[in-house]
Design a protein around this ligand. Structure first.
Ligand SMILES: [Zn+2]
Length: 435
């Protein structure tokens, strides 16, 4: 199959190439990028008014399979990713059973292949740091890597044992695998629902203090410095976390980090309006934290924007704030939420934003062929209208879950086409029709 994408505004953070261009896709590769291309027999996609870039990469999602298929499956999550403009997503291992053996990684790979055939994004498995995510024993990283794991993480059940984490960093480093660290001190956060601060006091419930995150960001930065291993901090949410990462990056330590749209869009006050829909770990913080997160994105301290897509059932999220599970879905709103908060406000350029949603996460995970658009490279692309406004209706999601605090909000930026391996796998407005 050949596609000629005509007159799209190309944004390529790698080469700096920009401007209105045509792109010819042949088979699963990008064949030509240029002006006024003609290609007899090619199917033409009119991209006038649309931005064209490498397919988005989400380095942090929860797809819930195996074990929690009532929340999400690899197939439904991968299809949600495609609708959100993502061509590659990396899924966390906190499933049942935990993805901590080569066999379990192989299971995810098998389901991922099936999901691809059903029109989903590419799914890359992340394996657990510790056996059963219990924080006691390291796993067989060589075996996990050979089976296809792209990184290691105990996300969801943060590693509390510094001795284990130190060993894990050294062993992971030998395998060329990065540890993705969910930083929260378990004793300080327990199972509390919100940030410790104005809102927790108002609600008269205990909160998760900022320092619970910052202590572990500091610990992990120091361990990375000591071991020489790479560490990636997941979903940073506080001003001090940003400052710590900034300081250790300056020292030349191999530390990277991500944040998520919820941390630069909402403050803790959102919980008062939306209850459990705004419950997430780490929690939504203060407006000073939001400002620091945006500053960290702008100055390059924060490398990536991920979703931490965390599906739950309606029944689970209907429980009270203190009883409901934490997390929110994000695959189908991430691009629009990010453009709304960072691009349309004039904070960041499209190229800088897209670098954090394509190239940077692909590099941190060392995903082959992902995150860049180049002649001869993989034909994974997204086409979107950066200016189209729409109101989020969770009922329209391809995800099985509806738990988002963005429901009912008007966002600016609409994914129009998602192309993977040279095939149009998502086209806005043609849901359900053969493509
Ligand atoms: Zn996490």
């Amino acid at each position: 199959m050949k596609y000629l994408i005509r007159q799209g505004r190309l944004v390529d953070p790698v080469s700096g190439i920009g401007g209105v261009m045509d792109i010819l896709l042949e088979g699963d590769k990008v064949a030509v990028i240029g002006s006024d291309l003609s290609a007899p027999g090619a199917q033409v996609i009119d991209a006038a008014g649309l931005t064209v870039c490498a397919g988005l990469v989400d380095m942090h999602v929860h797809l819930r399979e195996p074990g929690f298929e009532y929340k999400e499956t690899i197939s439904s999550g991968a299809r949600a990713g495609a609708a959100g403009g993502f061509t590659s997503i990396a899924c966390m291992p906190n499933t049942k059973p935990v993805i901590d053996s080569p066999g379990a990684v192989a299971f995810v790979k098998e389901k991922a292949a099936l999901a691809r055939r059903e029109g989903g994004a590419r799914v890359w498995p992340i394996a657990a740091v510790s056996r059963g995510q219990k924080g006691q024993e390291v796993n067989d990283y060589e075996g996990l890597k050979a089976a296809g794991a792209v990184a290691l993480s105990d996300d969801g059940v943060p590693v509390q044992n510094a001795n284990l984490l130190r060993d894990a960093m050294i062993l992971a480093h030998r395998q060329g695998l990065t540890i993705l660290s969910h930083c929260e001190d378990a004793d300080l956060v327990q199972n509390f629902a919100v940030n410790e601060g104005r809102v927790s006091r108002q609600l008269r419930i205990p909160g998760r203090p900022a320092i619970a995150e910052e202590l572990q960001v500091m610990r992990d930065a120091m361990l990375a410095e000591e071991t020489g291993a790479a560490v990636h901090i997941c979903h940073i949410s506080t001003a001090k976390s940003v400052a710590i990462v900034r300081r250790y990056k300056k020292k030349g330590v191999q530390i990277t980090c991500e944040t998520c749209p919820q941390y630069f869009t909402f403050t803790e006050e959102e919980v008062l309006q939306q209850g459990s829909l705004a419950r997430v770990n780490p929690p939504l913080r203060t407006s000073a934290d939001v400002e620091a997160i945006i500053e960290g994105l702008k100055d390059g301290t924060i490398d990536a924007i991920a979703t931490d897509h965390a599906p739950h059932s309606a029944e689970e999220k209907a429980r009270s704030l203190t009883e409901a599970p934490s997390g929110m879905v994000g695959l189908e709103t991430a691009l629009a939420a990010t453009l709304t908060a960072l691009y349309h406000t004039g904070e960041m350029s499209l190229s800088d934003i897209l670098r954090k949603m394509t190239l940077n996460p692909a590099c941190i995970l060392r995903l082959p062929g992902a995150g860049r658009l180049s002649v001869g490279g993989e034909a994974d692309l997204v086409l979107f209208d950066p200016d189209e406004e729409w109101t989020v209706d969770p009922e329209q999601f391809r995800s099985q879950a509806r738990n988002t605090p963005f429901g009912g909000r008007t966002l600016k930026g609409r994914v129009k086409y998602t192309i993977i391996g040279g095939e149009v796998i998502y086209r806005y407005g043609e849901e359900g029709t053969a493509l």
